[in-house]
Ligand binder design. Structure first.
Ligand code: C2E
Ligand code: MG
Ligand code: MG
Ligand code: MG
Length: 291
């Protein structure tokens, strides 16, 4: 009976699945050309140190979020193209472009703000990541302490020893490493203890539910306590309301990121924060300093 049912459902969904496969094949081809066609760009979302009234001076850095503007489909979300790039191996080229571009741009900012870049599992596990990060820092002149690499917890489970060695070598370069989306996957306290993270980013799902269920509040409070006990900085993701921010400040969460503080946008929209205008005025500013 189950078999008949299963067969039946396969028949029903066959045309759709076929479409999806063809769709993916086309999308994959498009993706392989996207970088050289200039379709990829970086958006930046501000991160602020927590305070109940976040102002410009509280912005400590930005997370780079990759955007693909497809010529006919418009924006394809990273939740679609990142997995596609991973499956096909294109993630290596794409990941290199992302890191180089983020470092290059951040190096041009007049204010020495942090820049956080997401690493995908394939990049973390299958490439000579440390050598590449080192090379990009040298090429772009970005001070290593300004770069933060975000990895999701799942990555480390695959190969504990290799993960630990990679984290240590990255940190030896002077870059910071943060655990992204904490609590969303197979979080293990063992990993928090074993891996030398600088930062934990509390997953948006917990922040979203802060006002809705007491369990989320308890979890967020506990994670902050745990992180601080381990000497790690805590960042809350997806902060959208003042109530959420108030709670996080009261609980001593160190930093916040979310639509309430600022949406991901081209860096042009944050020119006044990174001081690009000041950069263009560098010569007069120097003259003033000298005089
Ligand atoms: P993430 O690293 O956890 O990034 C945060 C995501 O939450 C971003 O989605 C951001 O736009 C969204 N977000 C931020 N604040 C809020 C908020 O207040 N409310 C809501 N509802 N959403 C908020 P985005 O840009 O669609 O990226 C999704 C995921 O795709 C990222 O999650 C990251 O895992 C991945 N991703 C994005 N760019 C890259 C990249 O350059 N490389 C890699 N490997 N992955 C990337
Ligand atoms: Mg991230
Ligand atoms: Mg995240
Ligand atoms: Mg997330």
């Amino acid at each position: 009976r189950a078999k008949a049912k299963a067969r039946g459902s396969v028949t029903v969904f066959e045309p759709e699945m076929d479409m999806q496969i063809r769709d993916r094949r086309v999308l994959h081809q498009d993706l392989s050309n996207a970088i050289r066609n200039g379709e990829m760009s970086l958006y930046y979302q501000p991160q602020a140190s927590s305070t109940k009234r976040v102002g410009n001076n509280d912005i400590v850095g930005f997370e780079a979020l990759t955007r693909w503007r497809h010529p006919t489909r418009g924006f394809v979300p990273p939740s679609e193209f990142i997995p596609l790039a991973e499956e096909s191996g294109l993630i290596v080229e794409l990941g290199e472009w992302i890191l180089r571009e983020a470092c290059r741009q951040a190096a041009s900012w007049a204010r020495p703000l942090q820049v956080a870049v997401n690493l995908s599992p394939a990049q973390f596990l299958n490439t000579d990541l440390v050598a590449f990060v080192h090379e990009v820092l040298l090429q772009t002149g970005l001070e290593p302490g300004r770069l933060e690499l975000e990895i999701t917890e799942g990555v480390l489970i695959e190969d504990f020893d290799r993960g630990l060695s990679l984290l240590r070598r990255l940190k030896a370069l002077g870059v910071r490493v943060s655990m992204d989306d904490f609590g969303s996957g197979y979080s293990s306290l063992t990993y928090l203890q074993a891996f030398p993270f600088d930062k934990i980013k509390i997953d948006r799902a917990f922040i979203m539910n802060l006002g809705r269920n007491p369990q989320s509040a308890a979890i967020v409070r506990a994670v902050i306590g745990l992180g601080h006990g381990l000497g790690v900085t805590l960042v809350a993701e997806g902060v959208e309301t003042q109530d959420q921010l108030d709670f996080l400040v009261d609980e001593s969460c160190d930093a916040v990121q979310g639509y309430l503080i600022g949406k991901p946008a081209p860096i042009d929209q944050y020119r006044w924060l990174v001081g690009l205008d000041a950069l263009e005025d560098r010569a007069p500013a120097r003259a003033r300093e000298a005089g």
